[in-house]
Design a binder for this molecule. Structure first.
Ligand code: ZN
Length: 262
Protein backbone atom coordinates (compact mmCIF):
# COMPACT_ATOMS: atom_id res chain seq x y z
CA UNK A 1 0.00 0.00 0.00
CA UNK A 2 1.20 3.46 -0.78
CA UNK A 3 1.98 5.68 2.15
CA UNK A 4 0.72 9.15 1.48
CA UNK A 5 3.22 10.95 3.66
CA UNK A 6 6.99 11.23 3.66
CA UNK A 7 7.34 10.62 -0.07
CA UNK A 8 8.13 14.20 -0.90
CA UNK A 9 11.47 14.65 -2.56
CA UNK A 10 11.93 11.00 -3.57
CA UNK A 11 13.30 10.57 -7.09
CA UNK A 12 13.17 6.99 -8.34
CA UNK A 13 16.14 6.89 -10.70
CA UNK A 14 15.35 3.45 -12.14
CA UNK A 15 11.87 2.00 -12.67
CA UNK A 16 10.00 -0.20 -15.14
CA UNK A 17 6.38 0.97 -15.01
CA UNK A 18 5.93 -0.37 -18.55
CA UNK A 19 6.19 -3.89 -17.05
CA UNK A 20 3.11 -6.07 -17.41
CA UNK A 21 2.87 -6.35 -13.63
CA UNK A 22 1.55 -2.77 -13.72
CA UNK A 23 -1.00 -3.38 -16.47
CA UNK A 24 -3.95 -3.53 -14.08
CA UNK A 25 -3.45 -0.23 -12.27
CA UNK A 26 -0.53 1.60 -13.91
CA UNK A 27 -2.12 5.03 -14.22
CA UNK A 28 -4.01 5.04 -10.92
CA UNK A 29 -0.81 3.95 -9.16
CA UNK A 30 1.31 6.66 -10.82
CA UNK A 31 -1.36 9.30 -10.11
CA UNK A 32 -1.34 8.27 -6.44
CA UNK A 33 2.47 8.27 -6.26
CA UNK A 34 2.74 11.79 -7.62
CA UNK A 35 -0.11 12.93 -5.37
CA UNK A 36 1.85 11.54 -2.41
CA UNK A 37 4.85 13.71 -3.20
CA UNK A 38 7.17 11.59 -5.37
CA UNK A 39 9.38 14.13 -7.17
CA UNK A 40 10.34 12.18 -10.25
CA UNK A 41 10.73 8.81 -11.91
CA UNK A 42 13.16 7.69 -14.60
CA UNK A 43 11.55 4.84 -16.53
CA UNK A 44 14.23 2.74 -18.16
CA UNK A 45 13.96 0.78 -21.42
CA UNK A 46 15.25 -2.74 -22.06
CA UNK A 47 14.67 -3.01 -25.81
CA UNK A 48 13.04 -0.96 -28.57
CA UNK A 49 9.48 -1.76 -27.48
CA UNK A 50 9.95 -0.94 -23.79
CA UNK A 51 11.93 2.19 -24.66
CA UNK A 52 8.95 3.38 -26.72
CA UNK A 53 6.67 2.63 -23.76
CA UNK A 54 9.01 4.53 -21.42
CA UNK A 55 8.84 7.55 -23.70
CA UNK A 56 5.03 7.32 -23.89
CA UNK A 57 4.86 7.35 -20.08
CA UNK A 58 7.16 10.39 -19.96
CA UNK A 59 4.86 12.20 -22.39
CA UNK A 60 1.84 11.46 -20.20
CA UNK A 61 3.45 12.53 -16.89
CA UNK A 62 5.53 15.71 -16.54
CA UNK A 63 7.63 14.12 -13.76
CA UNK A 64 8.47 10.91 -15.62
CA UNK A 65 11.63 10.80 -17.72
CA UNK A 66 12.76 8.03 -20.04
CA UNK A 67 15.86 6.06 -21.01
CA UNK A 68 16.31 3.84 -24.07
CA UNK A 69 18.63 0.92 -24.66
CA UNK A 70 19.13 -2.81 -25.10
CA UNK A 71 19.42 -4.73 -21.81
CA UNK A 72 21.99 -7.58 -21.89
CA UNK A 73 19.12 -10.10 -21.79
CA UNK A 74 17.76 -8.71 -25.05
CA UNK A 75 20.87 -8.36 -27.19
CA UNK A 76 19.69 -11.12 -29.55
CA UNK A 77 17.03 -8.62 -30.71
CA UNK A 78 19.62 -5.96 -31.49
CA UNK A 79 20.03 -4.85 -35.11
CA UNK A 80 21.56 -1.65 -36.47
CA UNK A 81 18.24 -0.93 -38.15
CA UNK A 82 16.30 -1.10 -34.87
CA UNK A 83 19.06 0.72 -33.02
CA UNK A 84 18.65 3.60 -35.48
CA UNK A 85 14.93 3.70 -34.56
CA UNK A 86 15.81 3.66 -30.87
CA UNK A 87 18.31 6.51 -31.18
CA UNK A 88 15.72 8.63 -33.04
CA UNK A 89 13.84 8.79 -29.71
CA UNK A 90 16.59 11.08 -28.39
CA UNK A 91 15.13 13.96 -30.37
CA UNK A 92 12.55 14.10 -27.54
CA UNK A 93 13.87 16.11 -24.55
CA UNK A 94 12.22 13.69 -22.06
CA UNK A 95 14.61 10.96 -23.25
CA UNK A 96 17.59 11.55 -20.97
CA UNK A 97 19.88 8.49 -21.02
CA UNK A 98 21.03 5.35 -22.80
CA UNK A 99 19.94 2.42 -20.69
CA UNK A 100 19.80 0.00 -19.47
CA UNK A 101 22.88 -1.50 -21.06
CA UNK A 102 25.67 -3.75 -19.84
CA UNK A 103 26.55 -7.37 -19.13
CA UNK A 104 24.73 -10.11 -17.21
CA UNK A 105 26.53 -13.44 -16.81
CA UNK A 106 24.25 -14.63 -13.99
CA UNK A 107 21.34 -15.86 -16.08
CA UNK A 108 23.30 -16.68 -19.23
CA UNK A 109 20.31 -15.70 -21.36
CA UNK A 110 22.49 -14.46 -24.19
CA UNK A 111 26.00 -15.09 -25.49
CA UNK A 112 28.79 -13.23 -23.72
CA UNK A 113 30.47 -12.09 -26.93
CA UNK A 114 27.25 -10.68 -28.32
CA UNK A 115 26.52 -8.95 -25.00
CA UNK A 116 29.93 -7.27 -25.11
CA UNK A 117 29.52 -6.15 -28.72
CA UNK A 118 26.07 -4.62 -28.14
CA UNK A 119 27.14 -2.98 -24.88
CA UNK A 120 30.19 -1.41 -26.54
CA UNK A 121 28.09 -0.22 -29.50
CA UNK A 122 25.72 1.61 -27.14
CA UNK A 123 28.60 3.08 -25.12
CA UNK A 124 30.03 4.36 -28.40
CA UNK A 125 26.74 6.06 -29.21
CA UNK A 126 26.61 7.61 -25.72
CA UNK A 127 30.15 8.90 -26.15
CA UNK A 128 29.48 10.42 -29.56
CA UNK A 129 26.26 12.06 -28.40
CA UNK A 130 27.22 13.14 -24.88
CA UNK A 131 24.55 11.01 -23.21
CA UNK A 132 24.73 9.55 -19.70
CA UNK A 133 24.41 5.77 -19.43
CA UNK A 134 22.57 3.41 -17.06
CA UNK A 135 24.67 0.30 -16.58
CA UNK A 136 23.48 -3.14 -15.55
CA UNK A 137 26.30 -5.44 -14.46
CA UNK A 138 25.73 -8.79 -12.84
CA UNK A 139 28.56 -11.24 -12.18
CA UNK A 140 30.46 -9.48 -14.94
CA UNK A 141 32.47 -6.82 -13.08
CA UNK A 142 35.81 -7.23 -14.87
CA UNK A 143 34.37 -7.26 -18.40
CA UNK A 144 31.97 -4.37 -17.66
CA UNK A 145 34.78 -2.21 -16.31
CA UNK A 146 37.02 -3.06 -19.25
CA UNK A 147 34.38 -1.79 -21.72
CA UNK A 148 33.50 1.26 -19.59
CA UNK A 149 37.17 2.29 -19.55
CA UNK A 150 37.27 2.29 -23.36
CA UNK A 151 34.90 5.30 -23.28
CA UNK A 152 36.46 7.80 -20.88
CA UNK A 153 34.19 10.66 -21.98
CA UNK A 154 31.07 8.79 -20.84
CA UNK A 155 29.58 8.97 -17.38
CA UNK A 156 26.48 7.49 -15.82
CA UNK A 157 25.22 5.22 -13.06
CA UNK A 158 25.94 1.60 -12.23
CA UNK A 159 22.44 0.60 -11.19
CA UNK A 160 21.34 -1.91 -8.54
CA UNK A 161 24.94 -2.13 -7.48
CA UNK A 162 25.95 -5.66 -6.47
CA UNK A 163 29.73 -5.49 -6.84
CA UNK A 164 32.48 -5.23 -4.25
CA UNK A 165 33.54 -2.00 -2.58
CA UNK A 166 36.76 -2.13 -4.65
CA UNK A 167 34.66 -2.15 -7.83
CA UNK A 168 32.55 0.73 -6.49
CA UNK A 169 35.72 2.75 -5.87
CA UNK A 170 36.89 2.08 -9.45
CA UNK A 171 33.62 3.43 -10.85
CA UNK A 172 33.76 6.46 -8.58
CA UNK A 173 37.26 7.21 -9.90
CA UNK A 174 35.85 7.10 -13.43
CA UNK A 175 33.20 9.68 -12.46
CA UNK A 176 30.25 7.29 -12.22
CA UNK A 177 27.39 7.32 -9.74
CA UNK A 178 26.28 4.21 -7.86
CA UNK A 179 22.59 3.24 -7.66
CA UNK A 180 21.14 1.30 -4.74
CA UNK A 181 17.83 -0.61 -4.63
CA UNK A 182 15.88 -2.40 -1.93
CA UNK A 183 18.56 -5.11 -2.13
CA UNK A 184 20.49 -3.18 0.56
CA UNK A 185 17.74 -4.12 3.04
CA UNK A 186 17.92 -7.87 2.36
CA UNK A 187 19.23 -10.13 5.10
CA UNK A 188 22.19 -11.32 2.97
CA UNK A 189 23.14 -7.80 1.78
CA UNK A 190 26.75 -7.82 2.89
CA UNK A 191 28.43 -6.67 -0.32
CA UNK A 192 26.06 -3.84 -1.28
CA UNK A 193 26.29 -2.50 2.28
CA UNK A 194 30.09 -2.50 2.18
CA UNK A 195 29.94 -0.72 -1.16
CA UNK A 196 27.36 1.75 0.13
CA UNK A 197 29.64 2.69 3.00
CA UNK A 198 32.37 3.92 0.60
CA UNK A 199 30.08 5.80 -1.81
CA UNK A 200 29.99 9.51 -0.90
CA UNK A 201 26.62 11.19 -0.60
CA UNK A 202 27.20 13.24 -3.75
CA UNK A 203 27.59 10.07 -5.87
CA UNK A 204 24.68 8.00 -4.65
CA UNK A 205 21.36 7.41 -6.44
CA UNK A 206 18.21 5.79 -5.03
CA UNK A 207 16.13 3.50 -7.21
CA UNK A 208 13.51 0.78 -7.03
CA UNK A 209 14.14 -1.25 -10.21
CA UNK A 210 10.41 -1.87 -9.76
CA UNK A 211 8.48 -4.15 -10.10
CA UNK A 212 11.53 -6.03 -8.78
CA UNK A 213 13.67 -5.63 -5.63
CA UNK A 214 11.04 -4.55 -3.11
CA UNK A 215 12.83 -3.66 0.14
CA UNK A 216 12.16 -5.37 3.47
CA UNK A 217 9.40 -5.48 4.83
CA UNK A 218 7.81 -5.60 1.34
CA UNK A 219 10.27 -8.16 -0.04
CA UNK A 220 8.66 -10.45 -2.64
CA UNK A 221 5.81 -8.04 -3.33
CA UNK A 222 5.47 -5.84 -6.38
CA UNK A 223 7.75 -2.89 -5.78
CA UNK A 224 6.84 0.76 -6.43
CA UNK A 225 8.53 4.12 -5.92
CA UNK A 226 7.22 4.97 -2.42
CA UNK A 227 9.13 1.94 -1.08
CA UNK A 228 12.38 3.89 -1.66
CA UNK A 229 11.75 5.27 1.82
CA UNK A 230 12.85 1.89 3.28
CA UNK A 231 16.00 1.80 1.14
CA UNK A 232 16.85 5.38 2.15
CA UNK A 233 16.32 4.54 5.83
CA UNK A 234 18.80 1.66 5.57
CA UNK A 235 21.42 3.79 3.80
CA UNK A 236 20.93 6.66 6.25
CA UNK A 237 21.56 4.19 9.08
CA UNK A 238 24.83 3.00 7.52
CA UNK A 239 26.03 6.53 6.97
CA UNK A 240 24.76 7.95 10.24
CA UNK A 241 22.76 10.65 8.45
CA UNK A 242 19.14 11.82 8.58
CA UNK A 243 16.94 10.01 6.01
CA UNK A 244 15.84 13.34 4.57
CA UNK A 245 19.45 14.21 3.75
CA UNK A 246 19.95 10.96 1.82
CA UNK A 247 16.69 11.40 -0.13
CA UNK A 248 17.48 15.02 -1.02
CA UNK A 249 21.08 14.29 -2.04
CA UNK A 250 20.02 11.34 -4.21
CA UNK A 251 17.40 13.47 -5.97
CA UNK A 252 19.88 16.27 -6.63
CA UNK A 253 22.45 13.77 -7.96
CA UNK A 254 19.85 12.21 -10.26
CA UNK A 255 18.87 15.61 -11.66
CA UNK A 256 22.49 16.62 -12.15
CA UNK A 257 23.49 13.39 -13.90
CA UNK A 258 20.51 13.31 -16.27
CA UNK A 259 20.22 17.04 -16.89
CA UNK A 260 16.82 17.34 -15.21
CA UNK A 261 15.77 20.58 -13.54
CA UNK A 262 15.28 19.85 -9.80
ZN1 ZN B 1 16.21 -2.30 -14.50
Amino acid sequence: MIQYSENSGIFDSHAHYDDERFDEDRFSLLDALFASGISGILNVGCDLQSSLQALALSERYPKIYAAAGYHPHNVEDFSEEDFAKLTELFSNPKMVAIGEIGLDYHYGLSQKELQKTVFARQMEYASENNLPVIIHSREASADTLEIVKRFPKVTGVVHCFSGSKETALEYLKLGYYIGFTGAVTFQNAKRPLEACAVVPLDRLLLETDCPYMAPVPHRGKRCESSMIQKTAEKIAGIKGLPVRKVIDAARQNTCLLFGIRD
